[in-house]
Write a protein that binds this ligand. Structure first.
Ligand code: NAD
Length: 372
């Protein structure tokens, strides 16, 4: 079966428009636009040692179109998002003659695109950035939509800004070197989006899950393209998360707290979100919601094979929840599913009720038999 061609979307936002390419052959399809974007400019090329070893530095024609190329590097994984990395990169860019019209091109996973977007948004009060996301999670979610940030010891993504990329090129060819764990984590983000915003995408993921988890490029292409389209549409309607964009945080309220309590990097982001979805489903069911969705999502998460939670202290998770950047003076805000294709955001729940549920939930999640 020949793969479906890459899809092109545009995402209008308050400062212009992002162009998104997603699917099989996206890089070749976007090559002209990428070359035009760097033509005659100083190009800062940010990647990580692992990504560079697996996929090279960046497509040669894009490099050739730039006036000068400066290679930058950041660590693999979540440690890229230490604020010290941003400062180091700003200084390197300044030392290498970075100007307002210089370009930053990021080749890597979501940690790298979060860092790169933040660096571009802060440097000289903002230079243009483009992302070549190389993980499924970054292709379906992290690289799209302009949210950037770095972590503090006190919490994940606590410092950041909105800075939309000029271009995002999500080519499924890069996914061929991803381990199954990374594919699983990316699928969790696609599932969260599909459950509340795109029922037809959820059905496709259910149908193709085994092939998706095995990294089958023919199955991955349409999911990357569809998820990019869903995210672009919701971000275009609500670019700075004043309303419905918050639906994309489904599973993230508890997910981020689990990551913080486990220590950044100890629990993969997608796995943490999978546990967060399960907790949000419990909260929804208590309200009589999600009767159609909960069994489907639970079955899908079971099939993903998410590992059990590490042993976590309930008080530490609760403290991390209360530091969540989406918390207001009134309390922590939750996204809960009402039914397939429909969720509610901004739901403030009393901390005492959450505290009472958290202990048993964490204990059950840590038991080996209860891996999702
Ligand atoms: N900005 C947003 O809207 C948004 C949305 C969702 C998640 N995120 C963020 O994304 C981050 C997670 O991103 P991630 O899951 O992509 O992980 P990651 O970027 O930390 O990458 C995980 C590992 O995969 C490696 N890798 C990257 N591409 C590879 C490839 N093609 N083959 C083999 N290995 C490869 C990386 O080097 C790294 O070691 C989190 O920090 C999360 O907060 C941001």
């Amino acid at each position: 079966m020949s793969p479906e061609p890459a899809a092109r979307f545009t995402l209008p936002h308050p400062r212009g428009e992002s162009v998104l390419w997603g699917g099989s052959g996206a890089l070749a399809a976007a090559a002209g636009e990428l070359r035009e974007w760097v033509a005659g400019r100083r190009l800062f090329l940010l990647s990580t040692p692992r990504v560079r070893a697996l996929h090279g530095a960046a497509p040669a024609p894009v490099r050739a179109a730039a006036a000068a190329v400066v290679e930058l590097s950041a660590p693999d994984g979540e440690s890229a998002k230490e604020p010290a990395e941003a400062i180091r990169l700003w200084r390197e860019m300044a030392a290498h003659g970075g100007r307002r019209d210089s370009r930053l091109l990021c080749l890597g996973g979501g940690s790298l695109t979060d860092l790169g977007g933040f660096v571009a948004g802060g440097f000289l009060r903002g230079i243009e950035v483009a992302h070549l996301p190389t993980t499924l999670l970054a292709q379906v979610d992290a690289a799209i939509g302009g949210k950037t940030g770095v972590d503090l010891p006190e919490g994940k993504n606590l410092v950041g800004l909105f800075h939309h990329p000029a271009l995002v090129v999500a080519d499924t060819a890069w996914l061929g070197t991803l381990p199954r764990e990374a594919l699983r984590c990316g699928l969790v983000e696609a599932i969260k989006m599909a459950a509340l915003l795109a029922p037809e995408l959820l059905a496709r993921i259910e149908r193709d899950l085994d092939r998706l988890l095995a990294g089958d490029a023919t199955a991955l292409g349409p999911v990357v393209a569809a998820a990019a389209g869903v995210k672009a549409a919701v971000v275009a309607r609500d670019p700075e998360e004043r309303g419905e964009r918050a639906l994309l945080n489904f599973g993230h309220t508890l997910g981020h707290a689990l990551e913080a309590a486990a220590g950044f990097g100890a629990l993969a982001h997608g796995d943490a979100v999978a546990w967060g979805i399960r907790f949000a489903l419990d909260l929804a069911r208590e309200r009589g919601w999600a009767a159609d969705l909960a069994p489907r999502l639970t079955a899908l998460l079971d099939r993903l094979g998410v590992p059990p939670l590490p042993p976590l202290d309930g008080a530490a998770v609760l403290a991390a929840l209360q530091r969540d950047k989406k918390a207001t003076e009134a309390g922590v805000r939750w996204v809960l599913p009402e039914r397939l294709g429909q969720g509610r955001w901004g739901i403030v729940l009393p901390p005492a009720g959450i505290a009472a549920r958290l202990g048993p939930f964490l204990a059950a999640g840590a038991a080996p038999a209860r891996g999702l």
